[in-house]
Design a protein around this ligand. Structure first.
Ligand code: ISE
Length: 477
């Protein structure tokens, strides 16, 4: 058995005395490990998190085992192993203690907002944050997965004063699973019934985009608070219904899930732009790139589901409105043979004269990459990358690879904006308690859809189309 060195060192005792096996420490890098497997005629390999993509599967014999010392197996090329007849395994449970300790650490960091404070200090800012004490608080544990009860994920996101009493889903079994996990009520696929439940005070809509308008209207029929994920609807006309209904009720009840307003990077960019320190804004250059899309994705969804974020955030950053917009088809990527345009470039001109371009790649094949730079008269502001740490090293397989400066790129949007989502929900619950919503409104959802409609209509016309909204009701000013 070959055991990669760091793993060997962790439990040397076990490997030195494993009855019936001869265990040897081995290098982590794939080419060297593969070489040693051949040299020693090893049948079993135990490794850590280093990536094993190619050579190792040619070296380990059929019927051999590659065991991951840990839980995740994303570093193992499972299809390749299957093809070569190699067994793969991991060690569930082995890291429970470590994960539990990390979770407790994270609870304390989150409660006291230490990470945010440290980031601020590093950026030369001092913004004292009080945080909260944990004593006496009932913490809700959300996301207990396979690793068991000890795995606490994003504990503080259920802020005091809010709890989930019921769930429903188009696929009833999905609602049942979630409900069982948290010991709450499942309405199966009876979403309408759930909205009417007198115990439900507020509804969070996270279903697929085309269902949003209908569920918002049903929630408003009950005059309940409503948090609707973006987009508010698929088109501006449907948003108008929502706005009309809120007018009749005489109160803002809907918040739209434009979470970027709560992202530290965007918030700091806005602060600088608003301060006027670097002059007036002239241009914005944005990229919105996704790894891939699921089945059923259409060209128009590049606007309604993806660029809708930029349509919202740019007007928020600039405190400006759109004059006209145009969607341009450009040279297509070979990642886009699935019947939708990829990339697309969206151009927006604002009433104050700013020019915005957004490159939307819905299948870039590498990562979730969000970029934004605002060019002002006397300087620019740029959205920071979510990872602060830049690594300078030779990646695994070092003898064949040149040293490099690198930074990981995320692939999942839920992770990229995880902090923004947390803050968004905390603030939403706070504002519901205060009886006055403060986050993005149905008006914001509507304006983004008006611009989105114009972008979709402009495709193939080579023309800028006007963005014409109705008059802004008092309630949203
Ligand atoms: C998703 O709903 C999001 O909000 C992401 O930010 C976006 O990048 C993705 O394309 C959407 O599907």
């Amino acid at each position: 058995v070959l055991v990669t060195q760091p793993q060997y060192d962790k439990v040397r005792e076990v490997f030195e005395h494993a009855e019936g096996f001869q265990c040897f420490p081995a290098p982590e890098s794939e080419p060297e490990l593969a070489r040693l497997v051949r040299e020693k005629h090893a049948k079993y390999v135990i490794g850590g998190g280093a990536p094993y993509r190619n050579e190792l599967y040619d070296a380990v014999p059929k019927g051999g085992v590659i065991a991951r010392f840990g839980i995740g197996c994303d570093n193992i090329n499972l299809p390749r192993a299957a093809e070569k007849g190699i067994y793969c395994t991991n060690t569930p449970g082995a890291l429970e203690q470590s994960v539990a300790e990390c979770a407790i650490g994270m609870i304390l960091l989150a409660a006291r907002q230490f990470i945010a404070a440290a980031d601020d200090c590093r950026n030369g800012l001092w913004q004292p944050q009080t945080g909260c004490e944990l004593a006496g608080k009932t913490l809700a544990v959300i996301g207990c997965g396979a690793i068991g009860k000890d795995h606490c994920r994003r504990i503080i996101e259920t802020v005091p004063g809010a709890t989930v009493v019921a769930v429903s889903d188009y696929v009833a079994a999905a609602a049942d699973d979630t409900a069982a996990k948290y010991g709450i009520k499942s309405y199966g696929n009876d979403c309408d019934g759930m909205i009417k439940d007198p115990e439900v005070e507020a509804v969070v809509i996270t279903s697929i985009d085309p269902t949003h308008h209908d569920y918002v209207m049903k929630t408003l029929a009950e005059e309940k608070w409503c948090f609707c994920e973006k987009p508010l609807s698929q088109n501006a006309a449907d948003c108008e219904d929502i706005i009309k209904r809120e007018q009749e009720i005489g109160k803002r009840l809907v918040q739209v899930g434009f979470m970027r307003h709560y992202d530290r990077g965007y918030a700091e960019m806005k602060r600088i732009i608003d301060s006027g320190e670097i002059g007036k804004p002239l241009l914005i250059k944005c990229c919105h790139r996704n790894v891939a899309q699921g089945p059923g994705f259409k060209t128009e969804n590049g606007v309604t589901n993806v660029a809708i974020h930029e349509l919202d955030i740019c007007r928020w950053l600039l405190d400006d409105e759109y004059e006209d917009v145009q969607c341009v088809k450009v040279r297509q990527s070979s990642n886009s043979d699935k019947g939708y345009d990829n990339p697309q470039v969206m151009l927006m001109r604002t009433k104050k004269g700013c020019f915005i371009d957004v490159e939307v790649q819905v299948a870039d094949g590498y990562g979730y990459d969000i970029q934004c730079e605002v060019v002002c008269e006397n300087g620019t502001v740029k959205l920071p990358d979510p990872y602060a740490v830049v690594r300078r090293s030779r990646p695994a397989g070092w003898d064949s690879v040149k040293p490099a400066e690198s930074m990981p790129i995320m692939t999942d949007w839920k992770e990229r904006f995880i902090e923004a989502y947390d803050i968004e929900f905390c603030k939403w619950v706070e504002s519901v308690h205060a009886g006055k919503l403060t986050g993005p409104s149905s008006w914001d959802g509507y304006v983004a859809c008006v611009a989105g409609d114009a972008l979709n209509a402009s495709r193939g016309t080579s023309q800028f189309l006007k963005v014409e909204t109705m008059e802004k009701p008092e309630m949203y000013k």
